[in-house]
Write a protein that binds this ligand. Structure first.
Ligand code: P1T
Length: 404
């Protein structure tokens, strides 16, 4: 009770009205054109024994449901679960495994994924083996009776190697140990690659990238057609708890509406900049699956509907000082990590995303001090080309090129 200081007596129910007069939960059934952001953590029930569609937001939430239905439709998937980041998706999926299970992946993939397998999955008692999944005979040799998962990233981040999804899926079926095939589809988005239609069991996304597309939401996605996997993954998310916020789900649903338009612009900008770099005297090589010079260009055309704004290239000289000068001379591109936003980005994988690999190993996979990763955004093509050109010329002055 508040101390009586002689003021008028206030209405004791004021606070009750403040809590309850905003409306009756049963009345909120309007028809807004875009999904409402349902921030409620809990939902009113009419009976303790007959629970309604939603009970508690960690379990399900209407705004999240809208997003998941849309992403499932885009990925040609029966089920979708969104989680709080791409690595939360990796963590949730890996918990399908038990101690003693064998997992095969590549060493040459996103640094965070590699670090998770090497440190966390191994600590969970999972036997992790890295092999080059481009080589089907190496995969066949690596497969064992206890191989329960094969984790594919295609294209690989940042060296743009492609894995033949249908061929890996067929190999796993023939092997017959029931290994789950997971494909990280982050670099392509469902607009350009749909792994479930090629035989994968699970697709995962760092939705932080193309699906969000505006550099302002961190989120992960898990998609599957298999009811058994969906049930297990749904349980792992509910009890593991890595759910995204309803506000972020709203932003993500908004982003998906423009995915195809953005992807087409990312692709045309990426191809134009990559083609320009192929002719540049300061450039050693360009790694872009959409260029005929890429060793797996034919696979790209067979497996994909196009390509995103992602590619990598090697600056002549393969030298940290040259790469640093190039990256710090950029004016339109931003030097940072992450990718797939409207803003074009350049990254030095050797120090920024792949530093978990020792230099010697990195270089074995082509992640040298001269390898630059490019994420072409949505700016004018000519502005991007001119920026890259001036930064390369600042890093490698004319006249020196011929001596490199
Ligand atoms: O950052 P997060 O949403 O947790 O996603 C991790 C992830 C998973 N898979 C791929 C292929 C990725 O590229 C990433 C994140 N990558 C970066 C941040 C990067 O700069 O490459």
């Amino acid at each position: 009770m508040a101390e009586d200081l002689g003021y008028l007596k206030n209405d004791p129910s004021f606070c009750t009205r403040a809590v309850h007069k905003s409306g009756n939960p049963d009345d909120w059934t309007h028809a807004p054109l875009v999904p409402p952001i349902t921030l409620a953590t809990t939902f009113k029930q009419n009976s303790p024994t007959k629970l309604g569609t939603h009970l508690y937001t960690r379990i399900s939430n209407p705004t999240r449901d809208c997003l998941e239905s849309c992403l499932a439709a885009l990925e040609d998937a029966k089920h979708c679960l969104t989680v709080s980041s791409g690595l939360a998706a990796l963590n949730t999926i890996t918990h399908l495994l038990r101690p003693g299970d064998h997992l095969i992946s590549m060493e040459d993939l996103y640094g965070g994924t590699y670090t998770f397998f090497k440190n966390i999955a191994r600590n969970m008692g999972i036997e992790v083996q890295f092999t080059d999944l481009r080589d089907l005979s190496a995969l066949k040799k690596a497969l064992r009776r206890n191989t329960k998962m094969v984790w594919v990233e295609t294209p690989t981040n940042p060296t743009m190697k492609l894995i033949d999804i249908a061929a890996v899926a067929t190999t796993l079926k023939e092997h017959g140990a029931g290994a789950i095939m997971v494909v990280d589809n982050t670099f392509m988005s469902p607009y350009y690659q749909r792994p479930l239609t090629l035989g994968a069991d699970i697709v995962m996304h760092s939705m932080t990238k193309y699906l969000g597309g505006h550099s302002d939401v961190v989120m992960g996605g898990i998609l599957t057609n298999r009811d058994d996997l969906y049930e297990k993954l749904s349980f792992l998310r509910t009890i593991g708890g890595p759910v995204p916020s309803p506000f972020d789900c709203y932003l993500m649903t908004r982003s998906l509406k423009t995915l195809s338009l953005r992807m087409e612009r990312h692709m045309s900008n990426g191809l134009a900049v990559a083609r320009f770099l192929e002719t540049h005297p300061c450039v050693e090589k360009v790694l872009h699956p959409g260029l005929p010079s890429h060793p797996q260009h034919e696979l790209a055309k067979r497996q994909n509907y196009g390509h995103s704004g992602m590619f990598s290239f090697c600056v002549k000289g393969n030298d940290m000082a040259i790469s640093t000068k190039f990256l710090t001379s950029l004016k339109v591109f931003t030097l940072t990590v992450s990718l797939a936003g409207p803003e074009s980005i350049c990254t030095l994988p050797a120090t920024m995303t792949q530093n978990a690999l020792y230099k010697e190993r990195r270089e074995r996979y082509g992640i040298t001090d001269g390898l630059i990763r490019v994420s072409c955004g949505l700016e004018a093509t000519q502005d991007l080309i001119e920026d890259i050109d001036q930064a390369l010329r600042a890093a490698i002055p004319e006249g020196i090129t011929s001596r490199l």
